[in-house]
Design a protein around this ligand. Structure first.
Ligand code: PEP
Ligand code: MN
Length: 338
């Protein structure tokens, strides 16, 4: 429920109503705006109705939040949220590019790739220490040692680092090393993990599940916000459809839809979205054109020997081409590279 107070309502009214909301077992929200104060009450709709807040003399209107996701919805929070990963703002006018190898394979490979992506204009480094692999025999990451390497390389180059956490038991160690925690497509509805990451206090990069509807992605984000973590960046990474010519079908329809429904920023991952190196650049440009807030791109110093996702990883040269091609598209939609 969204409770809009009259312009003349004072802080005492807000305090009184917030107390009533929380005494009835609902979650109170306080959103002071430039012109008027807006309050929120989340929880059982029947309890909300019983409060009869609309009859309070200082209440202008009481409206239900129609979306099933509440904190994530633009109905409650009309303005764009800007999430900071280290010193990189995601959302707003800037267009953020996060890049790196699929996995931390060695200190040297991570450092070399990180140097290349930084020189080409990436503002954050992403590489996996814990890799979700379809086969149990695939390379599943170097774990804690990889976290240490990633942190060291990030600090050396002044790049914030993002990495995936797959298990709620690893949230602490990953949060100690990374500036943001990625929740991968396969874990988008791992509700135990979502709650644990929501409590971590770290920004989150939440990828859309490969078979998840947009509404399910937004409800997964709601878990994070409901735990008190508002620093959430969404990521469209392609969904599974009947089409098998490419690894996934990059659902760019999702971008304007997500921008309409939520205040949270959204990135596009054209690497997993296509699975094909040559298609990463055109889909990156399309992502910028359709309103994404940035990109997540896989780059490897030598994709031919990559331990995971080599076929979709750009060579450093390809990433430089992508960044050069991106600049005019980003400018054409009224934004600038962050
Ligand atoms: C990844 O980012 O390397 C990854 C495993 O992505 P996704 O969870 O989108 O498959
Ligand atoms: Mn990958």
């Amino acid at each position: 429920m969204i409770i809009v107070l009259k312009p003349e309502a004072g802080a005492d009214t807000a305090d009184e109503l917030l107390a009533r909301i929380s005494e009835s077992g609902l979650k109170p929200l306080h959103m002071p705006g430039a012109e008027r104060v807006v309050l929120g009450a989340l929880g059982d709709e029947r309890v909300l109705a019983g409060l009869q807040l609309e009859s309070h003399p200082m209440v202008e209107s009481v409206k239900p939040i129609l979306a099933p996701y509440k904190l994530v919805s633009r109905e409650l929070h009309p303005h764009d949220t800007v999430v900071r990963i280290g010193d990189l703002p995601i959302g707003g006018r800037g267009f953020a590019v996060i890049a790196g190898p699929c996995a931390v394979e060695s200190a040297e490979q991570t450092r070399n790739t990180a140097r290349e992506v930084k020189a080409a204009g990436a503002r954050a480094l992403r590489a996996g220490a814990y890799k979700p692999r379809t086969s149990p025999y695939g390379f599943s990451g170097h774990g804690p040692e990889a976290l240490r390497i990633l942190r060291e390389v990030g600090d050396e180059l002044g790049l914030p680092v993002v990495t995936e956490v797959m298990d709620a038991a690893d949230v602490d160690i990953v949060a100690q090393h990374a500036d943001a925690l990625q929740i991968g497509a396969r874990n988008m509805q791992n509700f135990t993990l979502l709650r644990a990451v929501g409590r971590s206090g770290k920004p989150v990069l939440l990828k859309r599940g490969m078979s998840a509807k947009i509404e399910e992605l937004l409800l997964a984000a709601e878990y994070l916000l409901a735990e008190g973590n508002g620093e959430v960046v969404l990521c469209e990474r392609g969904i599974r459809t009947f089409e098998t010519a490419t690894r996934n079908t990059l659902d760019l329809n999702a971008i304007p839809y997500i921008k309409r429904k939520t205040h949270l920023p959204v990135l596009v991952d054209p690497s997993h979205g296509t699975g094909v190196r040559d298609f990463v650049l055109p889909m990156a440009l399309a992502a910028a054109a359709c309103g994404a807030d940035g990109l997540l791109v896989e780059v490897h110093e030598n994709p031919a020997v990559a331990l995971s996702d080599g076929a979709q990883s750009l060579y450093p040269e390809g990433f430089r081409e992508l960044m050069a091609a991106l600049a005019p598209v980003v400018a054409a939609v009224g934004r600038e590279l962050a």
